[in-house]
Design a binder for this molecule. Structure first.
Ligand code: ZN
Length: 291
């Protein structure tokens, strides 16, 4: 069953993520005069469902779209939304490179074999679209290099490029008056390498940027929104794991033993997963672990 719209704050609505076909959170930030949509959804069906739910809530003046990064699940619904889109210039470049691609099973499988498509994404595209691969890529209309401020009428959104392991073009959207930070997927690992990974330098640089925002709610696209406390707990875990990765040169067993002793318990699944991403980052990429 499709999820209904939820109200995150007085001026922000969002639709739950849907793991079955990797649909991310899509959101509407409603100013006095205009509404900004965060991410286009992973298909025309996803975008259309969101628009219908916004209409039920009488959300009007849908004015602009912002893309947090180029990945299919955040951008392929753009044609259905049919409104001007803002994104980082690298997001535009990446989407333009997708325009000539075809999306049949054969072509997706070939790109996975070549290493230019993630097998996880290929499977999810097949599942979301079934046999009807009506995919039209619409590159964004307005691009920025570093940051951009959008005034929706008594609600201000600051869009900033933050990068990170997941996708180099990742940008966040900070809704100043509501203290909400939309993180897109920037805190997730790189999924386009053989092994999903985090790298020490990129995670530290990313956390330095994210911790500058005075938010009380943090929205990562594929999970339910986090409180400040929950976000800081995860950010601290990542910082700690980054230090352990450097100290042990990415020795997985040593990292697990050390962290278990420090915590006084066995590791939870999320801790072990994040630790494994750091280990993969040392052993499968060229990025040196150095401080
Ligand atoms: Zn992504």
């Amino acid at each position: 069953m499709k999820k209904e719209l939820r109200r995150l704050k007085e001026h922000i609505f969002y639709k739950d993520p849907e793991a079955e076909t990797d649909r991310p959170i899509v959101a509407a930030i409603c100013g006095k005069h205009q509404t900004l949509i965060v991410d286009a959804g992973n298909s025309p069906q996803h975008a259309e469902g969101f628009l219908k739910e916004l209409a039920k809530e009488h959300v009007a003046n849908i004015h602009m779209l912002v893309l947090t990064h180029w990945h299919w699940d955040h951008s392929f619904g753009a044609k259905q939304l049919n409104i001007p889109a803002i994104a980082h210039e690298e997001t535009k470049n990446a989407l333009e490179r997708l325009i000539p691609l075809k999306w049949s099973n054969e072509e997706l499988d070939q790109r996975v074999a070549e290493g230019t498509e993630s097998s996880f994404c290929a499977e999810m595209i097949k599942k979301e679209y079934g046999d009807n691969r009506n995919i039209t890529i619409i590159p964004p209309n307005i691009t920025f290099k570093k940051a951009l401020e959008v005034d929706l009428g008594e609600i201000t959104c600051i869009i900033e490029h933050v990068g990170g392991d997941h996708s180099h073009d990742s940008s966040v959207v900070f809704v100043k008056e509501e203290k909400v930070l939309f993180l897109g997927d920037c805190l997730y690992p790189d999924m386009y390498s053989e092994k999903w990974n985090y790298t020490v330098d990129r995670i530290e640089a990313l956390l330095d940027k994210l911790e500058n925002y005075d938010a009380d709610t943090y929205v990562m696209s594929h999970q339910f929104p986090l409180s400040k406390e929950e976000f800081l707990h995860y950010a601290n875990l990542l910082r700690h794991l980054a230090n352990l990765t450097v100290a042990t040169k990415g020795d997985k067993e040593e990292m697990i033993t050390t962290l278990s002793i420090q915590l006084g318990r066995d590791l939870q699944e999320i801790e072990l997963l994040a630790l494994t991403y750091f280990v993969n980052g040392v052993h499968s990429t060229q990025v040196p672990v150095s401080k």
